[in-house]
Design a protein around this ligand. Structure first.
Ligand code: HEM
Ligand SMILES: *[C@@H]1O[C@H](CO)[C@@H](O)[C@H](O)[C@H]1NC(C)=O
Ligand SMILES: *[C@@H]1O[C@H](CO)[C@@H](O)[C@H](O)[C@H]1NC(C)=O
Ligand SMILES: *[C@@H]1O[C@H](CO)[C@@H](O)[C@H](O)[C@H]1NC(C)=O
Length: 495
């Protein structure tokens, strides 16, 4: 019997929702440890937000005060550390004991499937090997360089020009640089990995259904993890209501895109001569679902992270004109970037990029799960099943690592006699460290540096609202709430 009466339908739905919330509170009460320690109390009652706007800043404060640089949020069964010895222990020494784990692969499973970010063991090892071959290949590196610089010259620069003060049509309109960078890095990663051009960055700033769906899927998946109990979202998923319904629709849009990329590639056949990442994987499997997962993972890996790094960096640069001047001097001295491997020749610029991501790491924290009882080098006991988080954002702001000027933006701290010296990745795990370290680091650095050089040579960029301090929106990667609004003007005759 179909229920036709809207009133009955509505009441039924209401009843169902009440039931769900009742059951979930019950489960929440019984399944979460009741803890009344000061930290848990502040967490549960959200009183931390009286003094801190961003959760990460509160964690940083607690970690700075902690003698072991490790804290335990009992109600979340979550150990958080900013101790570099513990970080090394988790990511390298006892790597096998700290996999990504079931809880996350379930939460992110609908979106990421069996893609590299969401698997452990053999499936991870295989995908890592394939991606390593691809990203380490010399001819691929020059291809990456071309893709990046083509996107800069034909799209990024024209967009900034059209918004600049000296442009006759538009009188110095505010431009959201964060939005521009997300479009930019989306185009780049799609062109590079799958030979497909989504044309997101364009003077008309078009709305891309794909990009919107991708953002939504990534945000809603992250929000699942913030539910007190997995049962809440699971029930919503079964009933296909609320955020779970929107998540499913967003994932359908992304799937349709991935399906099209695969179909297009199949049409071209194996003789297409494309040596890109997708063809490498397609040579080993025909399973469209698996290929879809790989496509989604690389979109996630290469897009939001780079855009986030650029956004944080341009916010800092706008507030440090002296740093901008020094970059311009260095770029004028050293020849222009003409190849992938030349990125190491600009030592000051390299220091600027690393310093920017120290204060604004694109991935602020990252969690694993403990398989068997263990003890950190700092003496902290880790019980089996505990969620273990290392926190690059907090680590970038530890006095014990960077000294008392840790909150200042000082690229010089990375230079010794003008030469860039890298910190151990365990103290600076912005690209993670150990066995699962980021595979796209070189590619990301080329992208970021190429953008900085091109934009600083051609434009002066000011913040539209100078006093604003950034706030972060929740999500898998750090984004500024409200974007990064700037005013751009062309530097006539100075290039
Ligand atoms: C500034 C930019 C970037 C940052 C900060 C960054 C950071 C990270 C981090 C923290 C991880 C570990 C994630 C985890 O295990 O949960 C990771 C993994 C990874 N990244 Fe990046 N990434 C960046 C850009 C890129 C780019 C452009 C690509 C691709 C071309 C890429 C490809 C990957 C891959 C394939 C992995 C998985 C490695 C594995 O699990 O073995 N990344 N990245
Ligand atoms: C986070 O919140 C604080 C206010 O507690 C604010 O001063 C800060 O600028 C915000 N963002 C960052 C990136 O620190
Ligand atoms: C690198 O990629 C090119 C183009 O696809 C290919 O011809 C070459 O064999 C690859 N080299 C290695 C070492 O995989
Ligand atoms: C792990 O530690 C807990 C708490 O100390 C203990 O109850 C449990 O027996 C230990 N498990 C193993 C396998 O040692």
């Amino acid at each position: 019997m179909a229920i036709q009466d809207p009133f009955i339908l509505l009441s039924l739905l209401l009843l169902l929702l009440l039931l769900i919330s009742f059951i979930s509170t019950l489960i929440y009460r019984t399944s979460t440890p009741q803890c009344t320690c000061k930290i848990c109390h502040a967490y549960v009652t959200s009183t931390w937000s009286i003094h801190f706007t961003n959760l990460s800043d509160w964690y940083t404060h607690l970690l700075n005060k902690s003698p072991t640089k490790t804290i335990h949020i009992h109600v979340l069964n979550n150990l958080i550390t900013s101790n570099h010895e513990s970080v090394q222990y988790i990511l390298k020494t006892r790597f096998q004991n700290y996999p990504k784990g079931k809880p996350f692969s379930l939460i992110l499973g609908d979106f990421l499937g069996r893609g590299i970010f969401n698997v452990d063991g053999d499936s991870w090892r295989f995908q890592r090997k394939m991606a390593c071959l691809e990203l380490g290949n010399l001819s691929m590196r020059s291809h990456a360089f071309e893709v990046v610089n083509d996107e800069i010259d034909r799209r990024l620069v024209p967009v900034l020009s059209s918004f600049s003060k000296s442009s006759s049509q538009r009188e110095g309109l505010d431009l959201d640089l964060q939005d521009v960078f997300r479009r930019f890095s989306f185009d780049v990663i799609c062109k590079f990995s799958f030979g497909f051009d989504p044309r997101c960055l364009d003077v008309s700033l078009p709305v891309s259904d794909l990009a919107v769906a991708f953002d939504l899927a990534s945000r809603l998946s992250a929000e699942r993890a913030m539910n007190p109990s997995a049962l809440v979202w699971r029930m919503k998923r079964v009933l296909n209501v609320g955020s779970e319904r929107r998540l499913k629709e967003a994932i359908d849009t992304v799937d349709a895109f991935a399906g099209e990329v695969i179909r297009e590639r199949n049409k071209l056949g194996s003789c297409s001569g494309h040596g890109d990442l997708l063809s490498r994987f397609m040579a080993t499997t025909k399973d469209p679902e698996y290929l879809r997962d790989i496509i989604v993972s690389f979109m996630l890996a290469g897009r939001d992270t780079v855009a986030s790094a650029l956004t944080g960096l341009f916010w800092l640069l706008a507030r440090h004109p002296q740093v901008v001047a020094t970059i311009r001097e260095e770029v004028a001295e050293v020849e222009a970037l003409t190849s992938f491997d030349q990125i190491h020749e600009h030592h000051y610029l390299q220091a600027v990029v690393f310093e920017g991501m120290r204060l604004f790491p694109p991935i602020q924290f990252n969690s694993k799960f403990c398989l068997e009882n263990d003890t950190f080098p700092d003496g902290t006991f880790v019980k089996k099943g505990t969620r273990v988080t290392y926190h690059p954002y907090a680590m970038g702001r530890m006095e014990s690592i960077w000294g008392s000027d840790c909150l200042d933006f000082k690229p010089e701290r990375w230079l010794k006699n003008g030469v860039f010296l890298q910190e151990t990745p365990f103290k600076y795990p912005v690209f993670q460290a150990g066995y699962r370290m980021c595979l796209g680091k070189e590619m990301a650095l080329v992208e970021i540096k190429s953008v900085v050089i091109s934009l600083l040579q051609r434009f002066d960029i000011e913040l539209a609202t100078p006093v604003r301090t950034p706030r972060f929106s929740p999500g898998l990667t750090a984004t500024f709430t409200g974007g990064l609004q700037v005013r751009v003007s062309e530097r006539r005759g100075k290039t």
